[in-house]
Design a protein around this ligand. Structure first.
Ligand code: TYM
Length: 337
């Protein structure tokens, strides 16, 4: 059976970028495929501690899992939900893969460069976290990993590590996940998703950006979120066109409109092509986002902690079994067993 797997760090309340780039695509794929594929959703809590955590990590973890349920995730026997730190095999395989990864390839990781930029020194976790991510993926032989575009480089790293490992030992120990272009196809989107900062649309929307109006958080009052959309930076070209390089602000709004309503991007682009009134587009997107948030927040409030703990108990039993079996294969290959 094929496996779809994804994780979102739970350092704080999530942004609309996390929601549209990773959470919602995962929920849609899970609901579509969970009859005949494994669906692994986990909270990478060990990844969370590479940077400061806003609020209480345990509360954030439980809330992140509730987000999936509020976004409509249907649970069946093939859907597995777990916390990374409760499955020690992740850390153990990470160490083994550290001995396969090279300093050169790790130094080229864009996320590392971005996260360490301007700091005199940064913790080793920030440098090494893509290897832990590779372990998260390879332990479960995952084929498909729905992610935002900022994480694609880590999929390529995972593919390289798996291939190098398999070649070294002349055996297909790890399943190599599909290439990023195929991941995008599987996600059913026209291109990798990168929701932009509302004020500074050259950059991605990020929870760590200080300016409140640059990002929409999933706990924003819907009316406040609508105002943020209305004040989003656009351009002075006066023509609606999808062009992420030339018109990133407008293109971002078109992208958000498509994803929130589950309409193919090209349809939204065609509908608005050539229009000149940016205000009309903003009003439409503001209404879409605020409706989405109202519905999402209502559903979120109905989910209890108990429900989440029950899912974790079952999911973590499953995850430990699968992960320990794969770890043992990797350890044997290296002569550790
Ligand atoms: P993280 O927690 O930074 O981001 C979680 C997910 O949200 C997506 N995302 C975005 N997508 C579109 N537009 C944005 N502005 C935006 N901001 C964030 C990210 O691409 C990601 O899909 N290393 C990972 C977590 C992780 C993981 C894994 C994911 C650890 N192990 C194994 C998948 C499989 C991370 O830091 O994501």
């Amino acid at each position: 059976m094929k496996t779809i797997l994804t994780g979102i760090r739970s350092n704080s309340v999530l942004t609309l970028g996390n929601y549209l780039g990773a959470l919602l695509p995962m929920v849609r794929l899970a609901n579509e495929h969970s009859d005949d594929m494994n669906v692994n959703i986990f909270v990478p809590d060990l990844h969370s501690i590479i940077s400061d955590v806003d609020g209480d990590l345990q509360e954030n973890i439980i809330r992140t899992i509730k987000y999936y349920l509020a976004a409509g995730l249907k649970i069946n026997k093939n859907v597995h939900i777990y916390r990374q730190s409760r499955v020690p095999a992740h850390s153990q395989l990470c160490w083994i893969l550290n001995c396969v990864a090279t300093m050169g390839e790790m130094s080229r990781m864009t996320q590392y460069k971005e996260k360490s930029e301007g700091r005199e020194s940064c913790n080793v976790g920030i440098f090494d976290y893509p290897v832990l991510m590779a372990a998260d993926i390879l332990l479960y032989s995952a084929d498909y990993i729905p992610l935002g575009e900022d994480q694609f480089q880590h999929i390529e790293l995972t593919r390289n590590l798996a291939t190098r490992f398999n070649n070294k030992f002349g055996a297909e120990i790890f399943t190599v996940p599909v290439k990023t272009a195929e991941q995008v196809k599987f996600m059913g989107v026209d291109e990798g998703i990168r929701i932009r900062d509302l004020l500074n649309p050259e950059k991605k929307m990020s929870k760590s950006t200080a300016a409140e109006n640059s990002k929409i958080m999933l706990n924003d009052e819907p009316s406040k979120a609508a105002k943020k959309i209305m004040s989003a930076t656009t351009d002075s070209l006066g023509k609606i066109k999808y062009d992420m390089w030339g018109q990133p602000g407008i293109s971002n709004l078109l992208q958000i409109e498509a994803l929130v309503n589950d309409i193919p991007l090209h349809e939204v682009v065609t509908k608005w092509a050539g229009e000149t009134r940016y205000g009309e587009l903003k009003k439409q997107v503001a209404a879409s986002v605020s409706n989405m948030l109202t519905d999402f927040q209502e559903k979120l409030a109905e989910i209890s902690d108990e429900e989440v703990y029950e899912l974790l108990e079952i999911g973590e039993k499953y995850a430990n079994e699968v992960a320990n079996a794969k770890l043992a294969e990797a350890e044997k290959a290296f002569g550790l067993r």
